[in-house]
Design a protein around this ligand. Structure first.
Ligand code: NAP
Length: 296
């Protein structure tokens, strides 16, 4: 079976073009350029590379990007004050707080101080709750990108059996909820799942976000399955995902590879979240709207 690669780059380029036009229209309408603030507590080299990439993405479409660096041992009160100040800044439309946080700072300290209207990466309980209930809150960008890549690639989701590996709040859980919203039949797997292969062999679609290189092999897949590899692992062989590409590509019909699949799309999707937040704030819109899926 010849493998189709689901590449995020071309979809991301199209999205960025739309965002650049939106930024120009926003300036005409409201007279300022929205900004993204990225808060980093105790920066390390790999996360700085990732964050610089987000800031470059902002620059390419004319959005202002700002890095706010706090010391790894800063008190909770300093982080809270920083988030409060950014929340009050009119031109800052979106705030991302880089995770993981140092152990001395509980996530609660962020959630208590982050304005949910500026939470463009969907970590705030309000946005997580809106997603769970089927309303339009701000979505975690990577989960959103994983499902958007499937949709943009024309993969039929309604009625398909989708298996999500990973149950984190930032990727696995929201990806499962988004697939459910698209009417897939969803199974979630995690480190305690018994016989992952047996579950995967029933999947039409596999989304894997475990951070475990080589976790998904070809002999665990149903012939023709579509696989979205979200994992990012730095190994001696370079950057790899969670899928053993060589064996999986002999069984699957399509794979979103690492690198080049979900990653490039994630940053472009974040920019769309930022522009939506900017408009909502500029027009005082309450970002709830009608439920996208009615639960009976
Ligand atoms: P996380 O919080 O560590 O969660 C990993 C999840 O995978 C957990 O639910 C864990 O199960 C599950 N898991 C681990 N080993 C497993 C195994 N052997 N079998 C089945 N499930 C297993 O990680 P995350 O933040 O969700 O990130 C997941 C991956 O995505 C990482 O590689 C990360 O670098 C990558 N990532 C990619 C992007 C992108 O844009 N592509 C962005 C961010 C992160 P338990 O809950 O039972 O522990």
């Amino acid at each position: 079976m010849s493998i189709r690669l689901l590449k995020g780059g071309p979809v991301a380029a199209e999205i960025r073009e739309g965002v650049a036009a939106d930024v120009a229209a926003f300036w005409q309408e409201f007279g300022y350029t929205p900004q993204l603030a990225i808060v980093v507590v105790g920066a390390d080299a790999p996360s700085m590379v990732y964050l610089r990439r987000i800031l470059d993405g902002c620059e390419r479409v004319g959005i202002g990007g700002r890095l706010v660096e706090l010391a790894g041992d800063c008190p909770e009160s300093e982080l809270a004050a920083t988030l409060g100040d950014l929340g009050a800044e009119h031109e800052v439309a979106g705030i991302i707080v880089q995770q993981p946080l140092p152990e001395c700072i509980p996530l609660r300290a962020v959630l208590d101080s982050l304005d949910p209207r500026k939470d463009i990466d969907g970590i705030h309980p309000l946005n997580a709750g809106l997603l769970a209930l089927g309303y339009e809150g701000y979505l975690p960008a990577t989960a959103h990108a994983s499902v958007e890549l499937l949709k943009q690639s024309g993969v039929e989701l309604a009625g398909a059996h989708a298996v999500v590996i990973g149950r984190s709040n930032v990727i696995g859980k929201p990806a499962a909820l988004l697939l459910l919203r698209e009417h897939a039949t969803v199974t979630m797997c995690h480190s305690r799942t018994r016989d992952l292969g047996a579950v995967l062999r029933t999947a039409d679609i596999v989304v894997v976000a475990a951070g475990h290189p080589g976790l998904v092999r070809g002999d665990m897949l149903k012939p023709g399955a579509v696989v979205v590899d979200v994992g990012i692992n730095v190994t001696e062989d370079g950057l790899v995902g969670d899928v053993d590409f060589d064996s999986a590509s002999t069984v699957a019909s399509a794979i979103a590879p690492v690198p080049g699949g979900v990653g490039p799309l994630t940053n472009a999707i974040l920019l769309t979240h930022l522009m939506r937040a900017a408009r909502d704030q500029a027009t005082h819109h309450v970002a709830v709207g009608a439920p996208s899926v009615r639960n009976s």
